[in-house]
Design a protein around this ligand. Structure first.
Ligand SMILES: Nc1ncnc2c1ncn2[C@@H]1O[C@H](COP(=O)(O)OP(=O)(O)OP(=O)(O)O)[C@@H](O)[C@H]1O
Ligand SMILES: [Mg+2]
Length: 316
């Protein structure tokens, strides 16, 4: 239970309307309770704070024309749930902190990094990262529907792109151009490379001219399809890879959650050895399958052999 001093500090923070202080004390309280072994109470405290942050995120009501091109959602994954190399995490943290201090930077004529390209294999956390960046910044995630954006007619595509970039300027959010290479591949099918180039160049122009307060994230798993000129327009290009020997156990334990057995009961070395070529998404699915099996057979934790079986299924 909270001590008298902690209760006093909470009331003081509330009376002086110091939200940040209030949240810090609640987090300290949660950490204290977790140490005492009251983990579910600690989690409850943290989730109340998270809810507060989520409810502050305003869903953007775009007009009809724009809402056909952009979907808006509010995410709930946090940065600590993203299992990636330290370098990727540091780069995401830098995007977040520069955004949070953008006014300070502006005073010195500098801009926060806000045009980001995520590239790498499928299922390694690119879409998840975009959603996490939005959540951590308390912004909605606006996903551009690439299939609706790209039409047969260059003029029409241009008009739509202009409308999207107008929306980016008017409504501060994280804008996500997922499967960005779709522009390239779709058009390559018609063997009209010139047309691909024209659409890409148009997009480059818009990205270059954009001086909004929004964050623009593009993702692709085919960076080789992209025009090399495109890379220069981004403030950051982040490369995603398959999980390594260190990340695989973290990912699995995190995903199994309350169904994770004691580490000593999991044949982790074997699991890591067979999981080599699987993506985060595939491992996540294998964990979910193993949890389902545990639930259906009234087990409190996942069985190591069962998990290995599910992982092997994914490899096939
Ligand atoms: N790095 C990661 N850390 C934790 N979970 C992950 C990670 N990557 C993927 N996942 C899990 O897999 C799911 C799918 O991943 P995500 O959609 O982010 O992959 P992606 O890189 O965008 O793939 P694609 O290129 O196919 O769009 C996530 O919702 C999450 O559950
Ligand atoms: Mg994706």
């Amino acid at each position: 239970m909270a001590t008298a001093t902690q209760i006093k500090m909470l009331i003081e923070a509330h009376v002086s309307k110091n939200d940040d202080r209030f949240k810090t004390i609640v987090l300290q309280l949660a950490a204290h309770e977790a140490k005492l072994g009251h983990t579910s109470f600690a989690r409850e405290l943290r989730s109340i704070l998270n809810k507060d942050q989520q409810s502050n995120v305003k869903i953007i009501q775009f007009n009809k024309d724009i809402s056909e091109l952009i979907g808006t959602t509010v995410g709930d994954y946090r940065l600590k749930e993203l299992i990636v190399a330290d370098e990727i995490k540091e780069r995401i943290s830098r995007i977040l902190s520069e955004y949070q201090m953008k006014d300070k930077l502006k005073k010195f004529g500098l801009h926060n990094r806000r045009k980001i390209l995520l590239e790498g294999l499928p299922g390694t956390g690119k879409t998840l990262s975009a959603s996490i960046i939005a959540t951590e910044l308390g912004l909605p995630l606006c996903t551009i529907k690439m299939d609706k954006l790209m039409t047969k007619y260059m003029g029409e595509t241009g008009t739509k792109l202009r409308a999207v970039f107008d929306a980016i300027k008017e409504n501060q959010a994280v804008y996500f151009f997922d499967e960005f290479d779709a522009i390239g591949t779709d058009r390559n099918k018609d063997n009209d490379v010139g047309e691909v180039r024209r659409v890409l160049n148009l997009y480059l122009q818009f990205i270059e001219q954009d001086d909004s307060e929004s964050i623009i994230i593009a993702a692709t798993n085919n960076p080789q399809l992209l025009d090399p000129a495109l890379f220069r327009r981004f403030d950051d290009v982040i490369h995603y890879t398959l999980p390594n020997d260190k990340q695989i156990p973290n990912l699995i334990i995190n995903r199994l959650g309350q169904f994770a057995p004691k580490v000593s009961q999991l044949n982790m070395e074997n699991i890591v050895a067979i999981s080599g070529k699987l993506s985060h998404a595939e491992l996540t699915k294998a964990c979910d399958d193993a949890v389902k099996e545990a639930i259906m057979s009234d087990r409190k934790t996942v069985d190591s052999e069962q998990l290995i079986k599910m992982i092997k299924e994914k490899i096939r």
